[in-house]
Design a protein around this ligand. Structure first.
Ligand code: MG
Length: 386
């Protein structure tokens, strides 16, 4: 099939209580919208994608949706959900023979789910993924708050998206909307227009992000990201040796463009590496006069800001410094405290270990200082695509 997708991201998400629309909040470094777009972009039958955005965001559509391999258009949403969906469907080409309508606040739709919905469209012309209710469902009288009936649980299914329709059924659903009905999903309009709508198996993981707790749980379920870093600087007389902002030797230190703080430099590389953002040279080039003699802790703070913009923060880090002399032990606590303060984490999250090279090689002969670092990053709240 030549499938067109309408991703609805026009809502304000008031229940989330955040200043940005919820579809722009991030999980694992990508916004809910970007996760949704990527799921459909990767499906082989999807040929066209239309993203419906708040009117003032349409101009940023390509950035907000993230990179796609398929034709992607951006339109402004309407007052009601059904108006937004209609605007989106209107931007699909006439070549489309199935339309999927998806709520951007469901970031975990996957290929198997999309396949089942498309199968339902082939069979019936309209298809909705749904999951069984785990709980007993009661009907109540809103005036008295007393139960009027208990609904038979095997007849209760909880509807998800993407919902799929042939263009003919969708047109009939929209025509029914013209009678003044306000629908919470497109399946409801198709039902009211008299079309059979097939339920296909949804996915328990295809949850809708509605409250801050939904996002917190989704972020907590996201695996951490890990990066490694390494740095080495030659030592020369007449320069101070600074590690994590602490002067360890005032008389013999690194030769270099910056202050040569190998602990910070290795850690910056580990943090950037964890999110695939390149290395310290790309962000703080040693030919750029801005970074001449730049303190390592300053670069570390800038790296923390870079990962934060991508929706991550350092959860813990481990740095090993290899230095023949002087001994690091008297300085370890101060170095850890300085790094922890810049990263905004507890000192217990920052490890620093000193080693010698047993007199072997350049480091062992006292000609250089080196450091290895590992950083673990976790996903935090953020707005992607700003
Ligand atoms: Mg360096």
């Amino acid at each position: 099939m030549h499938v067109g997708v309408v991703i609805v991201a026009a809502g304000r998400g008031d229940r989330m209580g955040t200043p940005v629309p919820k579809q722009l909040l991030t999980i694992d470094g990508r916004s809910l919208l970007q996760h949704s777009v990527a799921a459909f972009d990767a499906h082989p039958e999807v040929a066209e994608i239309v993203v419906v955005l708040p009117a003032d965001r349409v101009g940023d559509g390509a950035v907000l949706a993230g990179p796609t391999g398929k034709a992607c258009a951006f339109v402004a949403g309407g007052a009601r959900r059904q108006d937004s969906v209609r605007a989106g469907a209107g931007a699909l080409s006439s070549a489309v023979d199935a339309v999927l309508i998806h709520d951007a606040a469901r970031p975990f739709a996957d290929r198997a789910l999309i396949d089942r919905v498309l199968d339902g469209v082939r069979q019936t012309g309209a298809s909705v993924p749904a999951v069984r209710s785990r709980d007993t469902v009661k009907r109540l009288d809103p005036a008295t708050h007393l139960i009027t009936s208990t609904l038979p649980r095997d007849e209760i299914w909880l509807a998800q998206t993407p919902q799929g329709f042939t263009p003919t059924v969708l047109a009939a659903a929209f025509a029914h909307a013209d009678t003044g009905v306000e629908a919470t999903d497109e399946a409801m309009l198709a039902e009211l227009a008299g079309h059979p709508v097939r339920i296909v198996l949804g996915d328990e993981r295809n949850v809708k992000m509605t409250t801050p707790e939904d996002l917190r749980q989704a972020r907590a379920a996201t695996p951490p990201r890990v990066g490694t870093g390494y740095d080495l600087h030659r030592l020369v007389d007449g320069r101070p040796l600074v590690l994590g902002g602490v002067v360890v030797d005032p008389a013999r230190g690194p030769h270099g463009h910056s202050d040569g703080d190998v602990a910070c430099h290795a850690l910056v590389d580990a943090m950037l590496g964890a999110i695939g953002a390149g290395d310290i040279g790309r962000h703080f080039s040693n030919t750029d006069p801005r970074w001449k003699d730049a303190p390592g802790l300053d670069l570390l703070g800038r790296a923390a800001a870079i990962v934060r913009e991508q929706g991550y923060a350092v959860s813990s880090c481990d740095v090993t410094v290899i230095l023949e002399r002087p001994k690091l032990a008297p300085h370890v606590d101060a170095i850890r405290a300085g790094i922890a303060a810049v990263l905004g984490v507890g000192v217990d999250r920052v490890s620093l270990k000193g080693k010698t090279n047993e007199g072997v090689d350049a480091v062992g002969r006292g000609e250089a200082v080196a450091a290895h670092a590992v950083a673990v990053l976790v996903t935090i709240s953020g707005e992607a695509g700003r």
